[in-house]
Design a protein around this ligand. Structure first.
Ligand code: DGL
Length: 293
């Protein structure tokens, strides 16, 4: 499966010559906004649909078969309605499991978000790195495959947090959780033994960079935090390979946020979305039990 996923990553570039590409960025909730910001900076000429499958949030608690069924079900509807040219799965929990299924079901390029273990191992001097992720991502064979392939010489802590994605959502909605709660979630990332201590932490859930400034402040010692979003945006521009048509204008018509639940979509959240380049929001209900889980 690991080989299949890697094989899928090196797909042929897509050339979209005559109009702006339509890019769909997908996550279980608001975490994919950290990737979306980089995508928007990389291709301000593109149309974007940001999808929060909030009716399924959090993905970290779903079974593997439940998650595959969920993402395929929602994606079928999204592709039918929006006809994107390219999909960025801005979610580690989904990408580390569902990418091969998506690629075999749809005739579309999919770019995934997977734990940045290779750059972390390359950046670490102490050879002690931590992967902070959802329990789902931590449990994946794919994640273990990345560690074996790229971090053989490192001591790797896999830290699965049950609460941090929800804490990140609360932060964006303007209701930040207390410091001690955040500190408890990241504490297992910081490991010290007689030969050294952790010097790199991978943010392997797209929600977590929403908390980055607070996490930096709470860390018991300084570390390098790795956010994969800029690398995903670079990959998107490579795959699209159309010339930049930047005119300095971000037209509202070309950006849409879609929620599959919409609970909690209040004025504060709408304002936060607008500030991040998504002034229009719609709810397209897709209850969790619609996929049988
Ligand atoms: N943002 C998602 C990720 O990157 C996960 C959050 C969730 O559990 O739904 O893994």
């Amino acid at each position: 499966m690991f080989a299949d996923l890697l094989a899928g990553i090196s797909q042929a570039p897509v050339v979209i010559p005559s109009r702006s590409p339509c890019i769909l960025a997908f996550d279980s909730g608001l975490g994919g906004l950290t990737v979306f910001s980089e995508l928007l900076t990389a291709r301000p000429d593109a149309d974007f649909i940001y999808v929060a499958d909030d009716a399924g949030f959090p993905y970290g608690r779903l079974t593997e078969s439940g998650l595959v069924a969920r993402v395929l079900g929602v994606m079928r509807r999204l592709v039918e309605v929006h006809s994107p040219d390219l999909v960025v799965v801005a979610c580690n929990t989904a990408s580390t499991l569902v990418l091969p299924h998506l690629r075999s079901h749809f005739d579309l390029p999919f770019i995934g978000t997977v734990p940045a273990i290779k750059p972390a191992a390359a950046a670490s001097r102490t050879r002690r790195i931590s992967i902070l992720a959802t329990p789902g991502t931590v449990a994946r064979d794919y994640t273990r495959g990345l560690i074996e392939a790229y971090a053989g010489g490192c001591r790797v802590e896999l830290v699965g947090s049950h609460r941090l994605a929800a804490f990140a959502e609360a932060e964006l909605r303007g209701a930040p959780v207390a410091e001690d709660q955040l500190a408890a979630e990241i504490a297992p990332c910081f490991v010290e033994d007689e030969d050294g201590r952790t010097d790199v932490v991978v943010l392997a859930c797209t929600h977590y960079p929403l908390l980055l400034s607070r996490l930096r402040g709470l860390a018991p010692w300084p570390v390098t935090w790795i956010d994969p979003a800029p690398a995903i945006a670079r990959r998107m521009t490579e795959v699209l390979q159309a010339p930049m048509q930047y005119d300095g204008l971000r037209q509202e018509g070309g950006r849409l946020a879609v929620f599959t639940g919409g609970e909690g979509l209040d004025d504060a959240l709408r304002a936060a979305l607008a500030a991040r380049g998504l002034p229009k929001t719609v709810i397209d209900p897709f209850p969790l039990d619609a996929t049988g889980h």
